[in-house]
Ligand binder design. Structure first.
Ligand code: ADP
Ligand code: MG
Length: 312
């Protein structure tokens, strides 16, 4: 169906095609999912929310099916918006892959979701593309912990869970002694961690930018609460508008492109040697962003998809 504009009895050029949009999300009551539904429906699109954890995948004989509530949903969507959280991400990636295999446009590739879910794989991929990152190391060898700490430059250092989120699992070890015992503990528990230089001058602040294609549609500085080096809003931080430098814009857009995540959130910290990428989020929540910047992020995402869908 085509969506046209009428003004004073004149029919205007076609603005966009209406689409069947499937949002893969645990619930339509999540703020960002809800906002996407609201904006998409107000522009005439048909939206279905599919809880990807309730999907079964049938593969074989050259074709496959994604079964949800007794129906194969692969042919019901023109585009998908994956909002795959941390907890069930592997299954979510498999579901997205099936849509991709079926030629359906996705705002986040299955590969990008998989890589960005882990901070180490993200940094491995992007550092190869000359994107600046904090000095980072990872190891599972309990016999070389002193060397590992030394390599990062000695305390204070950051110790992070590779797959943590919302600032949980990001630890600042202020002495070599405490760094050693924390690393030792994680290695003995078989928990994947990484060590990172502590960028003191970032001053408990980071920058979050939301990308759609080759545009940064919204960005903000997040400021940690006074007694925390972490700036996550979930940890009590707050946000404010910020102007990105040209170099920062370049990092953000290149990260989105290399990870094949047309819609994503990219996080940076500002250091003495320039801005450094710390992580990429394939399912950026935008409650804080809309609140602090007044940008209608959901509408920007839907408008972006309209353009992508027409150009396919
Ligand atoms: N290397 C670092 N130096 C200084 N602060 C950091 C560093 N890495 C992370 N932080 C702070 O901790 C916060 C959480 O770290 P991050 O890597 O983004 O983990 P999460 O996925 O849990 O948000 C960041 O937003 C930033 O404020
Ligand atoms: Mg973060």
């Amino acid at each position: 169906m085509l969506f046209c504009f009428y003004l004073k009895n004149h029919k205007f050029a076609i603005q966009y095609k209406t689409m069947k949009i499937t949002i893969l999300s645990l619930s339509e009551n999540i703020y960002s999912t809800n906002r996407l539904i609201e904006e998409a429906e107000s522009r005439g699109h048909q939206v279905t929310v599919v809880n990807h954890t309730k999907c079964s995948i049938l593969v074989g004989n050259g074709s496959s099916k994604v079964i949800f509530e007794g129906e194969n949903i692969l042919n019901n969507a023109d585009v998908i918006i994956p909002r795959i959280g941390y907890s069930v991400f592997k299954h979510g990636v498999a579901v997205v892959k099936e849509f991709e295999n079926n030629g359906i446009y996705t705002t986040a590739s299955s590969m990008g979701i998989r890589i960005s879910q882990n901070k180490v794989t993200t940094l491995q991929k992007l550092a190869r593309k000359d994107i600046a990152i904090p000095k980072t190391m990872f190891s599972i060898n309990p016999d070389t912990i002193d060397e590992q700490i030394e390599y990062i430059g000695g305390a204070p250092i950051i110790i992070k869970l590779q797959e943590g989120t919302h600032g949980l699992g990001v630890i600042l070890a202020e002495s070599n002694k405490s760094a050693k015992s924390i690393i030792d503990t994680f290695i003995s528990m078989d928990t994947s961690i990484m060590l990172q230089e502590f960028v003191k001058e970032s001053n408990g602040e980071d920058i979050r930018a939301i990308v759609t294609g080759d545009t940064i549609v919204a960005c903000m500085k997040r400021i940690g609460s006074k007694d925390d080096f972490r700036s996550n809003i979930h940890r009590g931080g707050s946000g404010q508008r910020v102007q990105l430098t040209h170099k920062e814009e370049e990092i953000v857009l290149r990260a989105s492109k290399y990870l094949d995540l047309p819609v994503c959130g990219v996080d940076l910290i500002r250091s003495k040697r320039g801005s450094l990428l710390i992580e990429v989020n394939s399912t950026p929540g935008f409650q804080g962003m809309e609140y602090y910047t007044n940008v209608n992020v959901a509408e920007k995402i839907i408008k972006f998809i309209e353009k992508e869908y027409v150009s396919k």
